[in-house]
Write a protein that binds this ligand. Structure first.
Ligand code: GAP
Length: 455
């Protein structure tokens, strides 16, 4: 976290909006919360779903060299011996001799406690894996671990995937799932928590082609964020130094995002070489090699791993979308989400609660709901309802007014420009579909007209 972000949104504003509008709540809040665990509310769950679906679509659905997988969180303990996590997945822990607070040694500037200035102990390696017991007897023989990465579920299924899908190199396996790390220091909202979700790809390639595939995936993953609206200038690629590299990695780049607390890792892209498959061959005694049909030789593929966090992505999308802008005498707060990411795509708002208006608006609502997440709202003034939808990031509002009863038309208001067009109700679905795909608001369907141009 080298550089303090200047001119960026305050984290407090994001946290406050998330709580106020139902994006993210502290876990077990009525009991005072559970440190660094978070619950995603009605909008947060949609945001996460959209992120995961966009990722899945881009790395599995739209490619013929990828398949998906969903493996268990609890795995055989030998997996973690083989992967090196039992021995090496540790951070250096120090304790303040005065106030007894614990810190990660590599995050301290010197040998003093950031809280009270007391002297800290010598660092000790602290393993980050959560332990639990399988079955009713709590003894060493029954210890299992909550997975600290989803990747190992992919490696141990390598042979199953080869046998059942007949994929040939290069091909990849994608998985989304929870991971757990008993982090020494957490914080910055959902940036570093002890329970989080990963979206990981293990892409298996012929040795010797790994460097070019590494470059390919680094660019591909960077572009994924940009295509979903993250500003290019808020992303950077950072190469890991030798000392930083994880025990399994030959090379690694972080895709950093300029979070409110400074540049920090959003996703890591690593060249894991043949480390994992070789380790699992040694520890399991099972062959996990691949028959190269050209050379008729058995080879152990190399692995390129783009590993992203769902929660960190959610935070990056929230921070990047957050805008405060002057609007007459007030400040308009909006989340300028890309439509793919926005939790609610369309809000249907009757101008008033009059029965005949509500009836038409509810018909529109029923018609649009099967297509997208749509909200219906007939409370408060129309201005306040627009503001609420702006603040939760809804790209389009559809308003049914008294004239709609006569001309069977409704207005569509665009979140970012606040411009409005008026279109036949029968054309709403196709018009909104086109706008959500990125068509300019002022491209009108037959019978449509520009209604209000804000600026
Ligand atoms: N399999 C490789 C691996 O797990 P990592 O860099 O430790 O690599 C990958 O984690 C991604 O998982 C990170 O870039 C981040 O997005 C997410 N992540 C890791 N630890 C996290 C934590 N404590 N809280 C939230 N997200 C985390």
């Amino acid at each position: 976290m080298a550089e303090k972000a200047s001119g960026k949104v305050d984290m407090e504003k994001i946290v406050s909006l998330c709580q106020r509008r139902g994006y993210i709540f502290p876990s077990s809040e009525i009991y005072g919360g559970l440190s660094s665990c978070w619950d995603y509310g009605p909008l947060g769950v949609e945001l996460k779903r959209n992120i995961k679906e966009a990722w899945w679509r881009s790395v599995v659905q739209e490619r013929d060299d990828m398949v998906g997988l969903d493996t268990s969180i609890l795995m055989h303990p030998q997996v973690w011996a083989a992967s090196g996590h039992l021995e090496q997945f540790a951070d250096p822990l120090v304790e303040c001799k005065q106030c007894h607070l614990r810190w990660r040694a590599d995050e301290l500037k010197d040998n003093t406690c950031p809280s009270c200035g007391g002297e800290v102990t010598e660092p000790q390696q602290f393993n980050l894996m959560f332990k639990t017991f399988m079955g009713p007897v709590e003894e060493d023989a029954n210890v299992v671990y909550l997975r600290p990465e989803t990747a190992q579920g992919i490696f141990v299924n390598f042979q199953n995937i080869l046998n059942t899908t007949r994929k040939r190199l290069p091909f990849g396996v994608a998985q989304i799932g929870k991971a757990f790390r008993n982090e020494i220091t957490t914080g910055n909202f959902i940036f570093r928590s002890r329970e989080f979700e990963q979206m990981e790809i293990e892409f298996f390639v012929k040795p010797g082609t790994d460097e070019e595939w590494f470059d390919y995936w680094l660019e591909e993953r960077h572009n994924w964020y940009v295509n979903l609206g993250i500003k290019k200038e808020n992303l950077q690629l950072r190469k890991h130094t030798k000392g930083e590299l994880a025990h399994y990695a030959r090379k690694c780049y972080d895709i950093d995002y300029l979070f409110p607390m400074g540049w920090s890792e959003l996703e890591g892209v690593a060249n894991r070489g043949d480390f994992d498959l070789t380790q699992h061959v040694t520890h399991s005694g099972k062959g996990l090699s691949y028959l190269d049909e050209e050379t008729k030789e058995h080879i152990v593929p190399c692995v390129i791993e783009p590993s992203a966090g769902v929660d960190r992505s959610a935070l990056a999308f929230l921070c990047d979308a957050y805008v405060e802008e002057p609007d007459k005498e007030e400040i308009r707060v909006l989340l300028r989400f890309h439509p793919t990411i926005a939790p609610v795509k369309v809000a249907v708002l009757p101008l008033s609660k009059r029965e005949n208006l509500v009836e038409v608006a509810k018909k529109v609502y029923a018609d649009l709901r099967p297509c997208w997440m749509v909200q219906y709202d007939d409370t408060q003034s129309i201005g306040r309802r627009y503001r609420r939808q702006d603040e939760i990031g809804t790209p389009f509002c559809v308003t049914v007014d008294f004239q709609s009863l006569e001309d069977n038309q409704a207005t569509i208001r665009e979140r970012d420009s606040m411009n409005q067009i008026r279109v036949p109700i029968a054309e709403l679905k196709t018009t909104l579909a086109a706008k959500l795909e990125g068509e300019d608001l002022f491209v009108l369907p037959q019978g449509g007209q520009i209604w209000k141009e804000e600026r």
